[in-house]
Ligand binder design. Structure first.
Ligand SMILES: Cc1cc2nc3c(=O)[nH]c(=O)nc-3n(C[C@H](O)[C@H](O)[C@H](O)COP(=O)(O)OP(=O)(O)OC[C@H]3O[C@@H](n4cnc5c(N)ncnc54)[C@H](O)[C@@H]3O)c2cc1C
Length: 343
């Protein structure tokens, strides 16, 4: 049963919210995000969430939330995500006070500092950036994404995030935190690599342009979805998704059949080879590919990531026309032509 899974890190919070209200909220979120729900031993429920489990049980009419995760960084990330959901769906209720050792003043468990060790031209469109740091083991998993926390751009010393007395992350400086993909990692040797698509006006590109070897940067994560696996996959994306597509291709069994659609202006990335891989390159052809997918036999897994507006036809084809459950479809907006990322 789910509450017997080996998740040694635990935290609980008692909430001044009726059990029924939270029960309804958890069921609604489970429906929305295709989370598996299971009954708990005490009339409560458990949900499988990204990185662990989230339980809800009665305590004298009130609700107790409990989070379990394999390690402290995931525990922290799930508690923070619950805090954000509650602040959104039940505004005005006091923020949960989670049990457990989360010492004030320390770096959050899902954050670490790294230094730029090397920036090299990978292809005409991509830079490969090697970052060195300690505490990278949390990023060496099937979860393949992290967020940069870029230092202040005005030359003033950056104040990195800290845990406050309630165990929550505080960001004294509002730092830009765009998501990227880990293209290679050796946590024991203390490095990870990420491949940056060079585009005009990008703050990451600006930071790398100016960065000297040894420049400090923050890393949060992991997060943002893992690697789908199946015997037949339809995957694709624009340049921002090429590093993730490469990781997905590299992780498939040799018997898998992978139809990979590249929507970038150029197919300018070192994709791995695979016996079942068929790559097609059609710039900005998301709508065309969506129509083809809607008319084709279903596959085990759909994974697409591209610009927000261009993702829409793929969402309609896969989620609406084919009614593929979200557990078999990862469809993500990796950037937004209408506006820069807000962090
Ligand atoms: C889970 C996830 C993983 C990602 N992995 C990678 C990765 O491995 N490599 C990678 O290069 N990107 C990746 N991205 C995309 C990346 O986060 C965005 O491109 C982000 O906007 C880059 O931040 P920035 O600071 O460079 O740009 P910002 O300073 O936020 O934006 C500056 C301007 O650039 C525009 N812009 C942003 N992206 C592009 C683009 N691709 N083409 C043209 N204009 C653009 C914005 O609309 C804005 O006008 C990923 C995104 C997600 C959600």
């Amino acid at each position: 049963m789910i509450h017997d899974t080996p998740n040694p890190c635990r935290s609980e919070a008692r909430l001044a919210i009726p059990f029924e209200a939270l029960d309804a909220l958890l069921r609604h979120e489970a429906e929305e995000h295709d989370l598996t729900l299971r009954p708990g031993p005490d009339g409560g429920i458990w949900a499988e969430v990204e990185g662990g489990t989230l339980g809800l049980r009665h305590d004298g009419g009130l609700a107790v939330l409990s989070v379990r995760a394999p390690d402290p960084d995931w525990l922290h990330a799930i508690c923070e995500s619950v805090d954000e959901h509650l602040a959104h769906h039940a505004p005005g209720t006091p923020a949960p006070v989670w049990t457990g050792p989360r010492p004030a003043g320390h770096l959050p468990p899902n954050f670490s500092l790294a230094r730029v060790a090397r920036i090299e031209r990978l292809t005409a469109d991509f830079l490969r950036v090697r970052l060195e740091g300690r505490d990278l083991a949390r990023l060496d998993r099937d979860m393949i994404h992290f967020r940069f926390a870029l230092p202040r751009a005005d030359g003033q010393p950056t104040v990195w995030p800290r845990l406050n007395a309630a165990g929550r992350t505080e960001w004294p400086d509002r730092l830009h935190r765009p998501a990227y993909t880990i293209s290679g990692i050796d946590a024991d040797a203390g490095w990870l690599e990420t491949d940056v698509f060079v585009h005009p006006g990008g703050r990451v590109c600006g930071f790398l342009d100016a960065a000297r070897p040894g420049a400090q940067v923050g890393l949060t994560g992991p997060g943002g979805g893992g690697i789908p696996r199946g015997e037949a996959l339809a995957i694709g994306g624009d340049e921002t998704a090429y590093p993730a597509l490469a990781r997905i291709i590299a992780a498939q069994a040799p018997t898998a059949r992978i139809a990979a659609h590249l929507f970038g202006a150029r197919p300018d990335y070192p994709f791995p080879t695979h016996p079942g891989l068929a790559i097609t390159h059609r710039p900005h052809a998301e709508a065309e590919v969506a129509a083809e997918i809607a008319a084709a036999p279903p596959v085990d897994q759909y994974w697409f990531a591209t610009e927000k507006a261009r993702l829409k036809p793929l969402k309609r084809a896969i989620l609406d026309t084919l009614a593929v459950p979200k557990a078999r479809a990862h469809l993500a907006a990796y950037w937004n032509a209408a506006e820069p990322s807000d962090d």
